[in-house]
Design a protein around this ligand. Structure first.
Ligand SMILES: NC(=O)C1=CN([C@@H]2O[C@H](COP(=O)(O)OP(=O)(O)OC[C@H]3O[C@@H](n4cnc5c(N)ncnc54)[C@H](OP(=O)(O)O)[C@@H]3O)[C@@H](O)[C@H]2O)[C@@H](O)CC1
Ligand SMILES: [K+]
Length: 187
């Protein structure tokens, strides 16, 4: 099995998009659907809160939140950035999510705290440098809660490569692989 750092995963995605011709929005749809299927198979009908960041990891989150709700799951959805910061493939899936009749709120501690399971789609392989506000404060709050955290691709704040894990990175109970396993799973 191949294990990759973030840049290598990006190169694989770029190859799929530019050379093979698969639209990035389809890659995101597939990634989100596989993750949602895995969650439904392994975690059952509990109370979920999906937390969504501004990048493509957040785009996966819109697909997951939609699929879970279409299947009758109880889901609250909180978005960390302002809505107009969500661009590209993630914006496309946000619009599909909203046009399907589902809704979200800005991040607030209460829905996260009252959920049995948090689905973390805040940051993935695109993280650069120190974890910035408001993410580091949010991760600190979430790390104190005792609900189950399922991270999509990477626990938010954890780099994909062998760099040191920052102090305030999210502490996940489970991580769902998107594409290929990342080097940091093994370090
Ligand atoms: N087509 C594809 O490529 C596919 C990709 N896929 C998925 O996409 C993920 C990668 O997506 P990505 O590259 O958009 O990065 P992602 O991790 O969502 O974060 C970007 C955001 O983070 C922010 N940010 C950065 N550093 C930060 C910091 N230190 N502290 C705080 N914030 C920071 C940065 O903000 P900005 O610097 O722009 O203000 C930007 O908005 C990948 O893990 C997989 O889940 C799948 O859907 C399959 C198809
Ligand atoms: K994540």
């Amino acid at each position: 099995m191949r294990v990759v750092a973030g840049e290598e995963m990006k190169a694989v995605d770029r190859y799929a998009i530019e050379e093979i011709g698969i639209d990035g929005r389809i890659l995101m749809e597939n990634a989100g659907r596989v993750a949602a299927k895995n969650i439904m198979k392994n975690f059952g009908r509990q109370k979920f809160c999906v937390l969504i960041g501004s990048g493509n990891n957040g785009g996966d989150g819109f697909v997951i939140a939609k699929v879970l709700q279409e299947n009758g799951y109880h889901v609250s959805v909180c978005v960390i950035p302002e809505r107009d910061k969500i661009k590209g493939d993630a914006e496309y899936h946000m619009n599909i999510y909203l046009n399907s009749g589902f809704s979200f709120t800005q991040y607030d501690q209460a829905p996260a705290e009252s959920a049995d399971i948090i689905v973390d789609t805040m940051l993935g392989t695109g993280i650069k440098g120190e974890i910035r506000s408001p993410y580091k404060e949010i991760f600190r709050e979430l790390n104190k809660m005792d609900n189950t955290i399922i991270s999509v691709d990477l626990p938010s704040g954890v780099p994909a490569d062998e760099s040191p894990v920052p102090e305030h990175a999210l502490q996940a109970d489970h991580t769902l692989i998107i594409g290929l396993p990342k080097l940091s799973y093994y370090t």
